[in-house]
Design a binder for this molecule. Structure first.
Ligand SMILES: *[C@@H]1O[C@H](CO)[C@@H](O)[C@H](O)[C@H]1NC(C)=O
Ligand SMILES: *[C@@H]1O[C@H](CO)[C@@H](O)[C@H](O)[C@H]1NC(C)=O
Ligand SMILES: *[C@@H]1O[C@H](CO)[C@@H](O)[C@H](O)[C@H]1NC(C)=O
Ligand SMILES: *[C@@H]1O[C@H](CO)[C@@H](O)[C@H](O)[C@H]1NC(C)=O
Ligand SMILES: *[C@@H]1O[C@H](CO)[C@@H](O)[C@H](O)[C@H]1NC(C)=O
Ligand SMILES: *[C@@H]1O[C@H](CO)[C@@H](O)[C@H](O)[C@H]1NC(C)=O
Ligand SMILES: *[C@@H]1O[C@H](CO)[C@@H](O)[C@H](O)[C@H]1NC(C)=O
Length: 545
């Protein structure tokens, strides 16, 4: 049943939507409770007066806003995963192979070297000045989703280990005493630090834009615990923990059935919850059954009283990722070779490509609501027609959806960001076409660890070149690398990833016009085989309804 399991891995938002699945969660075998029962902080605990009651804060000059994205010669790359222990493959030796860059959407984000534009950096290009910035961010590292392969594997092993005749040996010997310790769904402590650091980094790079606000900023997130937690940690890093709750408004949009939500669009799109979305798992399962056969042969002799399966091995590879971001290290990582880690990355890549990426016919439709909001913000024009996942109540209310902010911050999910790239025609991320399921192709450009890792961040820089109040250009940085915009009609090749702002807006409007939300999300169709789709839309020439 890899199909159902993996489908949840890929489709993060479905847990609440599919009744019954969460009940099969094996859960951790231990439950930590903190704070201790009945230990609470009273509203006015006179033993511990707060800072304002104590006073004596010393001098507090604030200094000027930082503006590193314009003034620094380069920006610091994110490549450290402190306090996690860097995992190694079983055969890593002295090579520079990084397991953390082969964990697909379960990788902690690191700066991407290049998406095909190697000669630029995130620093505002010479001759331009920064007018506005858009941030679209994935939540930080979390525990597995409720029915992920990890909890299934743990349930299997714990059941087998409690029966007679179970022994693990050699590299698997640790399983004799191993217990599953992970929670589900919510951020891990490391995930919190990722978002806090992002908030700090964003203030250092873009803080100067705060001078353009005449009222408090509004940032958006959805209602899920890990989403809100991510938004708050970002804000705490950006504004500082003593004041962040007074420094901005946090809009929390409801992520649930029946809600129009551009940051959680799968609830408005039936084809994001059925076999159309499930095609991602079908494709990745084909590959899992190929690349993990030698692994199954190699590891099976080390376990008696239980027959390992391919889904178990997927669960074990995922446990490397999840235990690392939750517990700081994992014994599962060095069970696998570099080749097997590359295989795992490709397994996730296939799930994204065909489930929520260029190869899925409902991708563009899911991402197009965010594009409509983007155009509304870029042009300061209120949306008037509601035919996608946009929530009319929200976007027509300037209090909760202002159109004049120098800084926009939205939190979302991996699969959602993946659909938004397709809706925006970021075809450079999908160069070299559909992904085969029987081998890893030589020059692939599509890596889930680069486009949808934990805390993945897409930054839109609105620029004027030369400096003025009127923006002339826009470019997009995905995890610190400029995205080529040449897939968007009229955007010319530019080594800094720049496109003329009006050309870009016209291209987005054309995308809004050419994406058929109703057909692609609600149409009763099956995916054409072979699936050669690369624009996230059902082929127009095959439509019957
Ligand atoms: C917590 O407080 C309640 C009410 O005072 C009491 O009944 C309960 O036993 C306490 N629980 C613990 C674990 O101390
Ligand atoms: C739109 O958003 C508002 C505010 O969150 C919510 O109350 C309402 O139910 C939403 N409507 C739809 C159709 O999503
Ligand atoms: C493992 O598979 C073999 C061969 O199919 C079977 O005979 C055996 O009972 C299985 N063992 C367990 C523990 O399921
Ligand atoms: C929600 O989306 C549907 C489908 O696009 C649309 O018909 C409806 O008007 C929207 N409702 C709100 C409150 O935005
Ligand atoms: C790799 O990509 C290049 C340029 O995109 C192309 O010319 C070449 O045919 C590709 N090779 C393979 C094996 O796909
Ligand atoms: C988006 O890309 C597709 C090719 O994948 C192209 O046919 C279409 O014209 C592009 N649309 C825009 C607005 O750039
Ligand atoms: C979808 O189409 C198939 C084949 O034409 C049909 O059997 C099925 O009932 C349809 N499903 C829905 C939900 O309309």
């Amino acid at each position: 049943m890899l199909y159902a399991l993996v489908s949840l891995l890929i489709f993060q938002g479905s847990v609440a939507a599919i009744p019954g699945l969460a009940s099969s969660f094996a859960g951790s075998t231990s439950t930590a409770v903190f704070p201790p029962p009945n230990a609470t902080i009273g509203e006015s605990d006179s033993s511990f007066p707060d800072g304002s009651q104590v006073g004596f804060a010393g001098p507090t000059p604030t200094g000027d806003e930082a503006n590193a994205i314009t003034t620094a010669p380069s920006i610091a790359k994110v490549d450290s995963v402190f306090p996690l222990v860097k995992p190694h493959a079983s055969n890593t030796g002295s090579s520079s192979f990084d397991v953390l860059q082969n964990l697909g959407n379960l990788s902690p984000w690191q700066s991407v070297a290049s998406f095909g534009l190697p000669d630029t950096s995130p620093v505002v290009p010479k001759g331009c000045s920064l007018n506005q910035v858009y941030l679209l961010n994935r939540h930080g590292a979390r525990y597995p989703t409720s029915d992920a392969p990890t909890s299934k594997f743990s349930a299997n092993i714990h059941a087998a280990a409690s029966g007679a005749g179970f022994t693990a040996s050699g590299p698997l010997g640790f399983l004799n005493t191993w217990t599953y310790k992970l929670g589900a769904e919510i951020l891990t402590p490391f995930g919190r630090s990722q978002l806090f650091s992002l908030g700090v980094g964003f203030r250092v790079k873009y803080g100067n834009l705060l001078k353009g606000f005449t009222k408090l900023p509004v940032f958006r997130t959805t209602s899920e615990e890990r989403m809100l937690d991510s938004a708050l940690h970002f804000a705490a890093g950006f504004f500082g923990v003593q004041t962040y709750q007074q420094d901005y408004h946090q809009l929390i949009t409801i992520e649930n059935d029946g809600q129009n939500n551009t940051l959680a669009p799968y609830f408005d799109c039936p084809n994001a919850n059925n076999a159309v979305e499930g095609f991602g798992s079908i494709q990745s399962t084909k590959w899992a059954n190929t690349y993990l056969q030698p692994t199954l042969k190699r590891l099976s002799p080390f376990i008696k009283g239980y027959n390992l399966t391919v889904p178990d091995l997927i669960g074990m590879q995922e446990l490397c990722a999840y235990e690392t971001v939750s517990l700081g290290f994992s014994d599962f990582c060095d069970l696998f070779t570099e080749e097997e880690w590359k295989g795992f990355e490709y397994f996730i890549d296939l799930g994204f490509w065909y489930g929520a990426g260029p190869g899925n016919p409902a991708s563009s439709a899911q991402g197009i609501g965010y594009v409509q909001e983007l155009v509304s913000r870029l042009t300061q024009t209120t949306i008037t027609s509601f035919d996608s996942t946009v929530n009319a109540t929200i976007v027509t209310n300037p209090v909760v959806f202002p159109l004049d902010q120098p800084i926009y911050v939205d939190m979302s999910h991996d699969t959602v960001m993946s659909t938004i790239y397709v809706a925006m025609n970021f075809t450079g991320l999908a160069a070299n076409g559909p992904l085969p399921t029987d081998h890893v192709p030589k020059n692939r450009t599509y890596f889930a660890n680069q486009i949808a890792p934990f805390a993945s961040n897409l930054v839109g820089q609105v620029l004027s070149c030369p400096a003025s109040n009127l923006p002339t250009h826009i470019r997009w940085l995905l995890n610190d690398a400029a995205v080529p915009l040449t897939g968007i009609n009229g955007c010319k090749h530019n080594s800094d990833g720049l496109c003329d702002i009006n050309t870009f807006i016209a291209g987005m409007k054309q995308r809004i016009a050419e994406v058929d939300f109703n057909f692609d999300c609600f149409g009763n169709y099956t995916i054409p085989i072979p699936d050669n789709i690369v624009d996230g839309q059902f082929p127009k020439n095959l439509r019957t309804a």
